[in-house]
Design a protein around this ligand. Structure first.
Ligand SMILES: [Fe+2]
Length: 315
């Protein structure tokens, strides 16, 4: 297989209140606004990527899309052709992308469980990185809840060129770059968003970020800790104003083709605890688990639907 995606660019959330979410991601999470248009807001991290988070104002919150980089335009065309030849749900043919989103060339398709993916090349990058100051640099990984991990993985392997990294018994980790995983799947009854991790330069930067979140009255849902299992990254998890679980992470394992992958039998045979440093003294709070299950967003959407229907009834 020649054409493949080579990295994560960012992700897109539908949010209830664009200004409230933008303020949270700017002041508490430390991203910077790049541009706005048509109810969409693009935010960058400290790295040079044009944007790593797009917010869409919608009456229902949810994951809109995950964005990936292709190495060149030929790869964009080849990936599109492969997706079509494999009868994937291709949403658009390769086309010029909007100026507000950094331009470039790309197309969209859906995974077998319906998650929208955008593949692009030639997106403008910023001339300079921003100062660190506890600011996320790039998007590191996205975890999706899945009822059919095997089918989802086959799609990422066969269509997009991902490679298998590990399975810990209930989650599968796959990669498209040196990062141990760009995507992981968590076993669930159906497809939904589990969490997204934003990369920090080092532990100092991660702790600065955690401190800033605490000063913004945001409670840590799990961490600071270090995963004992696949990826072995350092983590701190939070929940945003819409119910999305977001993570600061650093020190994720860097791997290449010599990496020895392991299945669930291997990882579950090890005496691993939730945190490599603090064992089972550092565990996810119940409300964080609930958010990771996707049910927090479902609940908030149901409340929003209720408010809208009552307003329509009295109009
Ligand atoms: Fe994570």
């Amino acid at each position: 297989m020649n054409a493949r995606v080579t990295g994560l660019r960012g992700l897109e959330f539908a949010v209830f209140d664009l200004d409230e979410s933008a303020a949270f991601y700017k002041k508490a999470w430390a991203l910077e606004e790049v541009s706005r248009s048509d109810g969409k807001l693009y935010m960058r991290g400290a790295g040079k990527e044009h944007h790593i988070l797009t917010l869409h104002e919608k009456p229902r919150a949810g994951l809109v899309a995950v964005n990936f980089a292709a190495p060149d335009r030929y790869a964009v065309d080849a990936l599109h052709a492969r997706a079509k030849s494999m009868a994937c749900d291709v949403v658009s043919a390769p086309h010029a992308l909007s100026k507000e989103s950094g331009g470039g060339y790309g197309f969209e398709l859906k995974t077998p469980e319906g998650h929208l993916l955008r593949i692009s090349n030639d997106v403008i990058s910023h001339d300079k990185a921003l100062g660190d100051e506890g600011r996320p640099t790039v998007l590191n990984h996205v975890v999706l809840n899945s009822a059919d991990q095997e089918t989802q993985m086959r799609f990422f392997f066969d269509v997009l060129g991902f490679k298998f990294s590990d399975c810990n018994g209930f989650m599968n980790f796959i990669r498209c770059s040196a990062n141990h995983h760009a995507i992981a799947f968590a076993q669930s009854q159906g497809p939904s968003f589990n969490h997204a991790a934003f990369e920090m330069t080092n532990v100092q930067s991660l702790m600065e970020g955690v401190g800033r979140m605490k000063l913004a009255d945001q409670e840590v849902g799990w961490g600071v800790g270090k995963h004992a299992g696949p990826g072995r990254n350092i983590f701190a998890y939070f929940v945003d104003p819409n119910g999305f679980t977001i993570e600061y992470t650093t020190d994720v394992d860097q791997v290449d083709d010599t990496y020895e992958s392991h299945g669930g039998d291997y990882w579950t045979s090890l005496p691993l605890k939730p945190c490599a440093w603090a064992g089972d003294k550092t565990v996810p709070k119940d409300w964080l688990r609930y958010s990771m299950s996707g049910k927090d967003i479902e609940d908030r959407n149901a409340k929003c639907d209720d408010v809208i229907s009552k307003k329509l009834a009295t109009a």
